[in-house]
Design a protein around this ligand. Structure first.
Ligand code: CA
Length: 233
């Protein structure tokens, strides 16, 4: 799980980074609101820990912007005691939880676990649907009509990521980060291999869904218009 910390007090930011890394989370750090917004919009995070008082762009306006851009990543707000009004405002703006400074590290960890569980439940109960296929990320069953295939865990995570971002081209880098959970420039090959596994399964099932190569960008999950457009490609 990858967490973005947006906090301008360097000592606190670094302490949080250490704490989360020590608890096996991957961590990105932003020290002002502008960098935080940029990283949040581009970085594939599973959760954001967001301070309210920040240089360049405050936490509430940052959060508003994220939600306006349809980014649903769970956000935990960090507020000072004097900022009660901001806290209410923050929850109205789409924060999922908040902590008042100073807080115990155990409390932050508990909030993170609770939020990620809540989030996990949503994906488990709902089958993901795209074009004529239906995928259950929990059981890893992929259905097209009455036909079924079992996916491997990595194939399933890849397909889940593609379905959740349907209509958007995804770079190999973002796929590696999301599915394998680390940064690497040399992992294109791995992504290619798993994309080809998925393509084979979709083809065998006769699905209308296909994974397109977008040159210079990456991969896009799309629906075939009809048989003839399929032949042209
Ligand atoms: Ca601050």
């Amino acid at each position: 799980m990858r967490i973005l910390i947006i906090e301008d007090e360097l000592r606190l930011a670094e302490a949080l980074e250490q704490l989360l890394m020590h608890n096996n989370y991957q961590v990105d750090l932003a020290l002002d609101g502008e960098d935080g917004l940029y990283q949040a919009l581009t970085g594939n995070h599973d959760m954001i820990v967001l301070d309210i008082m920040l240089p360049k762009r405050d936490g509430i306006s940052l959060l508003n912007e994220l939600r306006q851009q349809q980014l649903g990543t769970p956000v935990i707000l960090l507020t000072a005691k004097s900022e009660t009004r901001d806290k209410v405002h923050g929850l109205d703006s789409g924060a999922d939880d908040y902590l008042t400074k100073p807080f115990k590290t155990s409390e932050l960890l508990a909030r993170i676990r609770a939020l990620s569980r809540r989030r996990g439940e949503i994906t488990v109960t709902d089958n993901l649907v795209f074009a004529d296929m239906e995928f259950n990320p929990h059981s890893l069953e992929l259905w097209v009509g009455k036909q079924r295939f079992m996916l491997t865990k990595k194939e399933g995570q890849l397909l889940e990521y593609l379905i959740n971002n349907q209509g958007r081209a995804l770079s190999s880098t973002s796929i590696v980060q999301k599915v394998w959970g680390f940064d690497s420039d040399a992992e294109d090959n791995r992504v290619q291999v798993y994309i080809s596994f998925l393509r084979k399964k979709l083809k065998k099932l006769g699905s209308m869904a296909e994974i397109r190569n977008i040159r210079g960008v990456g991969y896009l999950l799309a629906e075939r218009a009809d048989q003839s457009s399929r032949l042209e490609q």
